[in-house]
Design a protein around this ligand. Structure first.
Ligand code: M6R
Length: 605
């Protein structure tokens, strides 16, 4: 979702900003723009609908600058167009601004303060730069006008803002609330970005900004003030990640690369969390805090929510603590009755999802302890929760989440094991997690090596399909709904994940000649039941693909899963489903890594 980059002090502003935008492409966007100023009176504003490649085509050789801001926009208010793309400009042409987030009261602000101002765009964002222009024309300094405009933004507003004053193009004005933003500390210049990945080519040292803070950034000064105007001193943190971790290498798409990386992620997690004696090493304070709770609430969105459903089985089985899993956007406004001593787990690849953060804010206000399980160190949800556990999956760039899903399940298993062992539970002691996760890693490897077979199945059954179903029972149902999300989000085939036994209660009416139905069967206790459901759909003309554990497989089953622990089957069953989704999307000619209408990091509610 919208990406922001800015820099001050480097003569190659254009190059640096375009590189940064490209690194943020994965977040999803539909238009892009850049503003640079060479501090000698020359400046350039270029915007376009579509991809960064289109923007680059419009950047002629004479375009240069020493300070600049750039933006990729994911449309919320107003269609994707060059006019609605950022940067926006104040009516008098003095201030240039990019914005991530939502200005909830933009209509009221327009009516109250800006009825005589001409707006170039339909966006909520433009109101902020027009307010700054108005207040500056009334005699306020740029900083005062910036602060006054921000003070008028509604309670519910979210923003990461970068502004340049054409009359003083040596300072970048920065503000943040809810939307992610980092200052990158460089030698002789400074940068700003919504994700460290955008600037890893120039720095590994970043300063996090807190909500309400305002920064004046020059080439050699970083002046932060809190919302009351008090100066803030904050040390940078170091991001050790290698810039090349976010490169595609020989792969055509990030999604395929990330599917392939999953066996390595499993091994990495064992390395990070399990010591040589097989003991899971997790902060003791976290373990004790969870043990003191009477119920765990797992809160997440999308794929992370699906990982929570599997985690629920693992936590109840090994840690013995009742666990509920909730969709974040529902929980925030329709909160269930909470137990007396709740503990909250937030599952989030990005650590920036606004729906989950809204719940975390409420949890913090209520004073309950929480844990964020995330792939991004120092992300907002990581900073704001009581505890953090990392996924160590490496950057996940494709919009469709793959390796973060399996890493989340593995970390939940590690956590459940650590609690269960600490409490002395027999089931937990018998669960040799190092062995189990390495069996999973090997099993995943076998499946990713079967790409050609899965590609052929996608070609035969999905390349021309209009709708499809995944079915399963118990833990296979949890996998089925994630598998369905994967297929629909990248191939645009309308796909439902269904409890296999529930199909006959209405939805089976949708099965007709040639409808693809993919069943997942890994649990011996209910395998026979799901087999009956397979018969029901075949009898109505469905094209059946069965994904079945090797102990339960027959000759007819197209995809056979290597044997793993019964509660870890999602980790292997999801691999062919991810590959089916990948190939279906590719065969149908879609942009696999950047499906339409979607953003990687969903920072609006
Ligand atoms: O960063 P998060 O894990 O919090 O993101 C949650 C969802 O937005 C995300 O999983 C989304 O559903 C993906 N597109 C799924 O592939």
């Amino acid at each position: 979702m919208c990406g922001i980059v800015g820099e001050v002090g480097n003569d190659n502003a254009v190059e640096l900003l375009i590189h940064g935008l490209k690194k943020l492409e994965y977040r999803g966007y539909d238009s892009a723009g850049i503003y640079v100023n060479d501090e000698k009176g020359n400046d350039y504003l270029i915007k376009t609908k579509g991809r960064i490649a289109e923007l680059e085509k419009k950047i002629t050789d004479d375009v240069h600058g020493k300070i600049g801001i750039a933006h990729t926009r994911w449309a919320t208010h107003g269609i994707p167009s060059a006019a609605n793309a950022h940067p926006h400009v104040s009516e008098d042409g003095r201030f240039y601004m990019v914005h991530n987030g939502v200005i909830t009261n933009f209509k009221e602000l327009k009516n109250e303060y800006l009825s005589d101002v001409h707006f170039e765009s339909e966006t909520d964002s433009e109101v902020v730069v027009q307010l700054v222009g108005k207040f500056a024309s009334e005699g306020l300094s740029a900083l005062e006008a910036f602060k006054k405009a921000i003070s008028l933004l509604g309670e519910g507003a979210s923003y990461a803002l970068l502004m340049i004053d054409r009359e003083n193009p040596e300072t970048l004005y920065v503000a943040k609330k809810k939307s992610p933003l980092l200052i990158g500390v460089c030698d002789g210049f400074n940068v700003v970005c919504s994700d460290a990945m955008a600037m890893l080519n120039v720095t590994h040292d970043f300063i996090e900004l807190h909500d309400g803070e305002i920064v004046e950034l020059t080439e050699n000064q970083i002046k932060i003030q809190d919302k009351d105007g008090n100066p803030v001193e904050r040390k940078p943190f170091h991001v050790s990640q290698d810039a090349s971790a976010s490169e595609k290498g020989a792969y055509e798409h990030f999604m395929l690369k990330e599917i392939d990386e999953q066996p390595a992620v499993m091994r990495k997690l064992v390395q990070e969390y399990v010591n040589e004696n097989g003991k899971v090493e997790i902060d003791e304070k976290l373990i004790k805090t969870i043990e003191e709770s009477d119920r765990i609430y797992v809160v997440a969105a999308g794929t992370s929510y699906h990982a929570g459903l599997v985690g629920h089985e693992l936590i109840e089985k090994f840690a013995g603590i009742p666990t509920e899993v909730h969709v974040a956007s529902e929980f925030a406004y329709n909160r269930p009755l909470l137990s007396k001593k709740p503990f909250f787990i937030f599952l989030t690849q990005s650590g920036e999802t606004a729906d989950s953060r809204q719940v975390l804010n409420q949890v913090n206000e209520l004073g309950y302890p929480s844990l964020t399980i995330t792939n991004v160190p120092n992300s907002t949800l990581s900073r704001e929760a009581t505890f953090t556990l990392l996924l160590y999956a490496g950057p996940e760039i494709a919009v469709a989440s793959t390796k973060a899903y399996t890493a989340q399940i593995a970390v939940e298993a590690l956590l459940a094991k650590a609690i269960g062992d600490d409490l002395g539970f027999e089931d937990s002691k018998a669960f040799d997690i190092r062995q189990e996760l390495s069996t999973v890693a090997n099993g995943m490897q076998t499946l990713v090596d079967e790409k050609e077979k899965i590609e052929a199945l996608a070609q035969k059954y999905l390349a021309k399909a209009h709708n499809a179903f995944y079915i399963g029972r118990a833990i296979d149902y949890d996998t089925a709904i994630e598998a369905a999300l994967k297929l629909k989000e990248v191939s645009y085939i309308q796909t439902e994940g269904f409890a296999a036994g529930e199909l006959k209660h209405g939805t089976i009416a949708l099965i007709e000649e040639g409808t693809p139905v993919i069943s997942i069967i890994t649990d011996q206790t209910i395998a026979a039941h799901t087999r009956s459901n397979e018969e029901e759909v075949v009898a109505r003309g469905a094209n059946l693909i069965s994904i079945v554990s090797e102990k339960l497989a027959t000759k007819k089953d197209q995809i056979v899963l290597p044997t793993v622990h019964p509660l870890l089957t999602s980790l292997v069953a999801i691999i062919p489903a991810q590959l089916l989704a990948y190939y279906a999307s590719e065969q149908r000619g879609y942009d696999v890594d950047k499906p339409r209408n979607l953003a990687k990091s969903v920072t609006v509610e």
